[in-house]
Design a protein around this ligand. Structure first.
Ligand code: ZN
Length: 397
């Protein structure tokens, strides 16, 4: 038996769109969805069809025009939502309804104002009603991490008996901690019916900055599917970032021993597209795709990276599709880094020219925190020009 495969369920177009201030129209959703297909996600949650006419149209459009991927739509456990979701997804190559209802006492009492039994009945009735209308039925117990574990398992078992093949454990409010969340996944795994044929999914939020670690802990505990968004965008502090979960699994495959269908070389361009479309600038120190993620500033680090990248880089920028050298030049940069930079920029200077250029570079760096490629180009061109006229002067003299 080979390594276990982790299914990547991308919800950039649904939970990601719940980022404050973000609104994707039909064309934008389609554009991002296409990119997600190239990236290799298994499921795209395109939206919440019953939420608005605009979103209904967008989900329908994505479902009708996308190949090679399962398209999911979110739905409350009410008939009208299920009907609407069916209308939006009926022409998809492969459709999945994502039914959800809250199961924690705090949500039941103050939000839905119904009892546990009533919630359970709505969940089961909805799965039964959805049966046959979609290729797959996924059921989410909203606020699962704050739900009584026995009640949670009871709900899961009844929806599984009714026909749901994917059960999702959301940490809706970002409350879980990694070990505890892993234990919850194990508890569910050990107590659900038909484990062999049921996919266990997790959906983590980042309110305490733990969406990615909680997702990874769940994978370690046997979760089959992770729900993620590109760049971690989403409601409040966002969701687990696809690129972080995937690169952790990749970089530490010795530890996780799982595989996935993501083409990591598409990560950088996908993140760029989504941050552009969402109008969200990524923090410079963002893991994996932040502007500084592969920049080395300290001279000793730069020296190490030039001799062997593995000294300070656990991943290669090329792995996520970045092609520049990303060596940031500043006053702490040594001669080795400078020479590599020249080489990467295509300059081939004599020893003397490098000496002069390096001196100038140091002068510039004293007054500027980051010396960019343009600055270096100017310095080099100036040096070449001067040394040429010097040589020409010699010839004439
Ligand atoms: Zn969510």
């Amino acid at each position: 038996m080979g390594d276990r495969k982790v299914i990547v369920f991308d919800t950039t177009l649904r939970d990601g769109e719940q980022t404050p201030g973000v609104n994707f129209d039909k064309e934008t959703k389609y554009k991002i969805a296409n990119k997600l297909v190239s990236l290799g996600v298994d499921v795209i949650e395109a939206g919440f069809p019953a939420a608005s006419n605009g979103d209904f149209e967008a989900v329908k459009y994505v479902a009708e025009n996308l190949d090679g991927v399962t398209v999911a739509g979110l739905s409350r456990c009410v008939k009208s939502d299920i009907d609407r979701t069916y209308e939006a997804l009926k022409n998809a190559k492969k459709s999945r309804i994502h039914l959800f209802i809250a199961t924690s006492d705090i949500h039941l009492k103050y939000k839905l104002k119904i009892s546990r039994d009533e919630a359970l009945k709505m969940a089961v009735d909805s799965v039964k009603y959805a049966l046959g209308k979609f290729d797959e039925i996924q059921f989410s117990a909203e606020d699962a991490s704050r739900t009584d574990w026995d009640f949670l398992v009871k709900v899961f078992n009844e929806v599984i008996d009714a026909g749901a093949k994917i059960i999702n454990i959301p940490d809706t409010v970002g409350y879980a901690v990694p070990k505890e969340f892993g234990r919850l996944v194990e508890y569910v795994k050990d107590n659900i019916h038909d484990r062999e044929n049921v996919t266990i999914s997790v959906h983590c939020h980042n309110d305490l900055g733990m969406a990615v670690v909680n997702s990874l802990s769940a994978v370690e505990s046997g979760a089959d599917q992770v729900e993620v968004t590109v760049c971690g965008i989403g409601e409040r502090a966002g969701n687990a970032a696809l690129e972080e979960v995937i690169m952790a699994i990749n970089t530490r495959k010795d530890y996780f021993n799982v595989i996935h269908g993501i083409n990591t070389k598409e990560i950088y361009s996908t993140c760029k597209l989504v941050s552009e479309m969402a109008g969200i600038e990524l923090q410079p120190n963002k893991a994996i795709v932040g502007f500084n993620a592969f920049r080395h500033t300290a001279g000793i680090h730069q020296h190490g990276v030039i001799n062997n990248k593995a000294t300070y880089e656990i991943m290669k920028p090329e792995d996520i599709g970045i092609t520049t050298d990303h060596i940031s030049m500043g006053k702490l940069s040594g001669r080795n880094a400078f020479e590599l930079k020249l080489k990467n920029m295509g300059f081939n200077l004599s020893r003397d020219e490098v000496n002069i250029a390096f001196k100038r570079f140091k002068d510039v760096a004293d007054n500027k925190k980051v010396v960019d490629d343009e600055d270096i180009r100017e310095i080099v061109e100036d040096v070449i020009l001067n040394s040429k006229s010097f040589k020409e002067g010699e010839l004439w003299g």
